[in-house]
Design a protein around this ligand. Structure first.
Ligand code: ADP
Ligand code: MG
Length: 496
């Protein structure tokens, strides 16, 4: 009996991120996304003879921040290299990149998987310039060229072949996106191409430590497509091996509509880029001082933040993960907690969960329904704290809180004033509630008799009457206590 051979996948990702610097990486020309074609061009990025590139320091800082955030070592001195190939969207005939000595190397990122945390090695992160854009689908007979993107700064993040499943690949990519967005160095928009991923994949018999022949898949513009393309590639390669054939090393394009990979070029057609050090650029030097300054500038990253929310504030792991997913929400959470502490509402550990509840339900829902970002959200941290403190102190009911929240979305007044205007502040003053409690008892002698005869479930009926007839919001706990007290003081004949 021969068992069916099992295979496991080996995956390494090459991720390109466009840095959100104002200027291009080697010229002062604007690097804004989405401008009219060919309006952001200059002699340097068009490759005019006699022009010289000058390195944008901001791009270097952004790259180092990413290196530090992914546990990389930073090379004190590294070089730019020319990578030669011909393509109409590359007017110089070469791309300025880095080759043997990338500025960042030897890092890692942890990802959460069903089997627990897995550490994915990062081989290198280097700086390079983007090429222009060839547009094939606007004119039926010609390819159009937009050179705006020429010279936009990119970082390329190359992973070790440590990834084992398409789901892990997607997780890793999401962690990269989260990291660049936390750092504020790239907007991470896969549809617009500011985050792009090439996936290298091979399969091998489970248990083997050798690598199989890999293919490289390009052109996947969403996390979903990365997963789908890798799933497709795994089964395609398995089919080949099971037939006793060999996988051919090649570059493939993912066709998202047909859901298949298609050959783009084979190894024989692979480019020989003739890398050599770019003589126009001096080596890039990173001093210890720069490094320390940037280390100080690193924000609290998602993992640390999650750990703090769980460890120091006592939030459930799930809440912490949701709240720290994006930095603006995590900042908003911290701001609301801080504002509440300032109002004396309690200590952080008591406040955290009520704040989390509102953010994870109402706020997230509103953002989604209205397609807003946190910075566009109409209730700022201070006003939100005002709303939550009313609830913590039980001065408004939970339905009252919902009404107040909905009103605050449209009305910029503070929570306290609006709660008063809307009569939502619960009256818990016994003197104010007692007359109505007495009236309700007087007007319902039949129910009182039944209650006194043992039908205590009728208490709910009395509470309902008082709550409904009170003009404003009565605190149900106080009403209940008053009714119990008044009713207990009566004899079987209904006399006080
Ligand atoms: P190339 O020379 O083809 O560019 P590299 O060694 O630079 O290959 O690796 C490119 C990417 O491919 C890296 O992310 C690396 O982890 C991954 N990789 C390398 N070998 C394999 C393999 N056999 N299977 C899957 N991924 C691989
Ligand atoms: Mg390579």
């Amino acid at each position: 009996m021969s068992a069916v051979q099992d295979y496991e996948a080996v995956i390494g990702l090459e991720v390109h991120c466009q840095l959100t610097t104002a200027a291009k990486v080697f010229s002062p020309e604007a690097a804004v996304y989405g401008s009219e074609p060919n309006t952001q061009v200059d002699p340097v990025s068009l490759g005019h003879p006699g022009t010289l590139p000058v390195l944008n320091e901001r791009a270097v800082e952004y790259t180092i921040l990413m290196g530090l955030a992914t546990n990389c070592s930073i090379r004190p001195r590294s070089q730019f290299a020319r990578k030669h190939y011909f393509y109409p969207d590359l007017p110089k005939g070469y791309q300025i990149s880095q080759y043997e000595d990338p500025i960042c190397f030897g890092g890692w990122l942890d990802i959460d998987t069903d089997e627990g945390v897995r550490r994915i090695g990062i081989t290198r992160i280097h700086i390079e310039e983007d090429a222009g854009k060839s547009i094939h689908d606007l004119d039926p007979s010609r390819t159009l060229l937009d050179y705006n993107r020429c010279g936009v700064p990119l970082i390329e993040i190359v992973s070790e072949p440590d990834i084992r499943t398409p789901a892990e690949a997607s997780q890793y990519l999401q962690r990269i996106r989260q990291t660049v967005r936390y750092l504020g160095i790239c907007d991470g928009n896969m549809e617009e191409g500011s985050l792009r991923c090439d996936a290298n994949i091979s399969i091998r018999p489970t248990g083997s430590t050798d690598f199989g022949t890999k293919t490289e898949v390009k052109n996947m513009n969403s996390f979903r497509n990365v997963e789908r393309a890798l799933e497709y590639e795994i089964s395609r390669q398995e089919g080949i091996l099971r037939q006793g054939d060999q996988v051919v090393q090649e570059t493939l394009l993912w066709d998202a509509e047909a859901m298949v990979t298609r050959s783009m070029r084979s190894k024989e057609e692979a480019h020989d880029y003739r890398y050599f050090p770019d003589p126009d650029l001096v080596p890039m030097v990173v001093t210890q001082e720069t490094l320390e300054t940037l280390r100080d500038r690193l924000p609290e990253m998602p993992e640390q933040r999650r750990a703090r929310l769980v460890g120091e504030l006592g939030l459930p792991a799930y809440d912490a993960a949701v709240l720290t997913e994006e930095r603006p929400m995590a900042d908003y959470f911290d701001d609301v907690v801080a504002a509440l502490i300032e109002t004396g509402a309690g200590v952080a550990e008591e406040i955290a969960k009520p704040v989390s509840n509102v953010l994870m339900t109402d706020v997230l829902r509103t953002l989604k329904e209205r397609n807003l970002t946190v910075s566009e959200f109409p209730i700022d941290a201070r006003r939100m704290a005002g709303l939550i403190v009313l609830r913590i102190d039980d001065r408004i009911s939970s339905t009252g809180a919902t009404t107040l929240y909905e009103t605050m979305l449209e009305n910029p007044k503070d929570a306290e004033s609006l709660a008063r205007e809307l009569d939502l502040v619960q009256v818990s003053d016994e003197a104010a509630l007692l007359p109505l409690v007495k009236t309700v008892i007087e007007k319902n002698p039949g129910q009182v008799d039944q209650y006194l005869a043992g039908k205590t479930g009728l208490l709910g009926f009395f509470i309902g009457q008082v709550m409904r007839q009170f003009s404003g919001a009565a605190d149900p706990k106080v009403v209940r206590a008053l009714l119990q007290r008044e009713l207990a003081g009566m004899d079987e004949d209904g006399n006080a």
